[in-house]
Design a protein around this ligand. Structure first.
Ligand code: HEC
Length: 115
């Protein structure tokens, strides 16, 4: 293998590792956001934890195909999270593809099997 191919391999592999770590989200950060009433610039004084204490009621969310929110059925978990941010926290929806959303989703997914 010549040096060019090795360099290319390094770039591709590190890119894969980075994108995986990025997409996987951070459970601890997600939990902190879940407890933060300022999430999405929320002004209701409530955090996710106010209505879902320690994620109560969200233990099945990781495996669902649709999610029930106070505004009806959501087709993605990210959409359900954003519905609760806008309606319950009175904040602004966050980008579904952002690292912040990945962190919250990682936290919700970590609740699986805790009930
Ligand atoms: C004012 C109370 C309230 C707050 C605050 C709240 N939620 Fe909800 N959430 C609900 C209600 C009510 C539902 C409907 C299903 C139910 O009764 O558990 C729901 C549903 C959901 C669901 C779908 C559950 C499922 O399995 O179908 C998710 C995911 C969710 N909330 C995440 C969040 C997140 C993340 C936050 C913080 C941004 C949050 N919620 C804040 C009341 C709230």
């Amino acid at each position: 293998m010549n040096i060019g191919k090795i360099a290319l391999l390094v770039v591709v592999v590190s890119g894969l590792i980075f994108s995986f770590a990025f997409a996987a989200g951070d459970v601890a950060k997600g939990k902190a956001m879940f407890n933060d009433p300022k999430l999405g610039g929320g002004t209701s004084g409530k955090s996710c934890n106010s209505c879902h204490p320690d994620g109560k009621g969200l233990e099945m969310a990781a495996d669902e195909k649709e999610w029930i929110t106070p505004a009806g059925v959501s087709k993605t978990l990210e959409q359900a999270v954003n519905t609760c941010i806008t309606l319950a926290l009175k904040g602004k929806a966050i980008n579904p593809k952002s690292p912040e959303m990945a962190n919250i989703v990682a936290y919700i997914n970590s609740l699986k099997g805790t009930k």
